[in-house]
Design a protein around this ligand. Structure first.
Ligand code: SAM
Length: 264
C-alpha cells in the first residue's frame, strides 16, 4: 500500500498507509521524540488467544461496551514475528530521531521482554518502564490481581539531550489516569490527559512521530500542548476518526479564546 497524505493542519500531518513505509521516507534526525502505541500482539494467556480478532481480545463485553470499535490489523504476531517486525520500525524511528531525542512506546505486561529487546535491536538506549496505573476502575480478577496497569517503555537516542537534562521538567515515574471510556474512540485508545502528560518529555514547539495513530490521541495531545506531530495508520475506519476529533479540539480552543477575548 503506497503511503499518502490523509489530513493536515499547521501542527499535525496524518498519513494513510503502512507505517514502516512512511518512516522509511522521512529525513534523518528530524524528530524530537517518537511517542507511540503499536499493536501489542497480546491479549489472553495462550498463543491461540492472541490470534483472535482485536474485538474479542480487547473489548471484554460487547454488551457493556459504550461503542462499537473498528477492528485493526497487525495484532497477532507471535513473539519472534513481533521482535523482527518491531526491530525494523524501531530502527527506522531511531534514524529519524535527533541524538538526545527519546522513544516512549506503550506495551502490556506480556510483551515487555520482547519489546525491550526490539528497542535495543533498534539502536536505542533502554531506560526502563513507566507504568500507567489505570486506577481501580480497571478490570478486577477474582482471586488474582486487578489488571490495572499498562506500561510505557522508555529509551533515548544516545544520552538524554543536554537541554532536556538541564532544563526539562522532573516527570513522575508512574502515571495514574483512568481509561476515560466516555472519550475513547479507538478500541485501545489512550486517555488524552495521559498523552498530554507524556508530551512533557518533548521541548515546547518540538516535533513528535507516532507511526500508529489509531484515533490520533498522540497527535491531539501534541497539538493541544504546543508540539507538532506526524502520524500514520493503515485503517481507513480509524483514520476517519481523526479529522472530526481535531475539529472538535479546534472548536474548544476557539471557544476558550473567544471567552478570553470577552473577558469571561
Ligand atoms: C494500539 S492502536 C493505537 C491507538 C491510539 N494510541 C489511540 O489512542 O487511538 C495501533 C494502531 O496501529 C494501526 N496499525 C497496525 N499496523 C499498522 C501498520 N503496519 N501501519 C500503520 N498502522 C498500523 C492499527 O490500525 C491501530 O489503529
Amino acid at each position: 500500500m503506497a503511503v499518502e497524505m490523509y489530513w493536515r493542519d499547521e501542527k499535525v500531518e496524518v498519513w494513510k498507509g503502512d507505517s514502516l513505509e512512511l518512516v522509511r521516507g522521512l529525513a534523518d534526525r528530524r524528530f524530537d521524540a517518537v511517542v507511540t502505541d503499536p499493536p501489542y500482539s497480546s491479549g489472553g494467556m495462550f498463543r491461540s488467544d492472541r490470534a483472535q480478532k482485536t474485538g474479542s481480545k480487547y473489548v471484554l463485553s460487547k454488551k457493556n461496551s459504550r461503542r462499537e470499535y473498528p477492528e485493526f490489523e497487525g495484532d497477532n504476531r507471535d513473539q519472534r514475528g513481533l521482535l523482527a517486525w518491531s526491530g525494523l520500525w524501531l530502527t527506522e524511528c531511531w534514524r529519524v530521531t535527533r541524538p538526545g531525542g527519546c522513544l516512549l512506546c506503550f506495551c502490556d505486561w506480556r510483551n515487555i521482554p520482547v519489546m525491550s529487546d526490539a528497542i535495543q535491536c533498534g539502536g536505542w538506549v533502554w531506560r526502563g518502564v513507566v507504568p500507567w496505573d489505570k486506577t481501580e476502575g480497571a478490570r478486577p480478577q477474582k482471586g488474582w490481581f486487578r489488571a490495572q496497569a499498562e506500561y510505557v517503555l522508555t529509551a533515548t537516542r544516545g544520552g538524554i539531550g543536554r537541554e532536556q537534562s538541564r532544563n526539562g521538567p522532573c516527570l513522575p515515574g508512574v502515571f495514574r489516569e483512568n481509561v476515560d471510556s466516555a472519550n475513547k474512540l479507538h478500541m485501545t485508545g489512550k486517555p488524552v490527559r495521559l498523552m498530554r502528560s507524556l508530551m512533557e518529555v518533548v521541548r515546547p514547539g518540538g516535533e513528535v512521530l507516532d507511526p500508529f495513530a489509531g484515533s490520533g490521541t498522540t497527535a491531539l495531545a501534541a497539538k493541544e500542548t504546543g508540539r507538532r506531530c506526524v502520524t500514520c495508520d493503515n485503517s481507513a475506519e480509524n483514520l476517519a476518526l481523526i479529522p472530526p476529533r481535531m475539529a472538535r479540539a479546534k472548536a474548544r480552543e476557539d471557544a476558550v479564546q473567544d471567552g478570553l477575548a470577552l473577558g469571561v
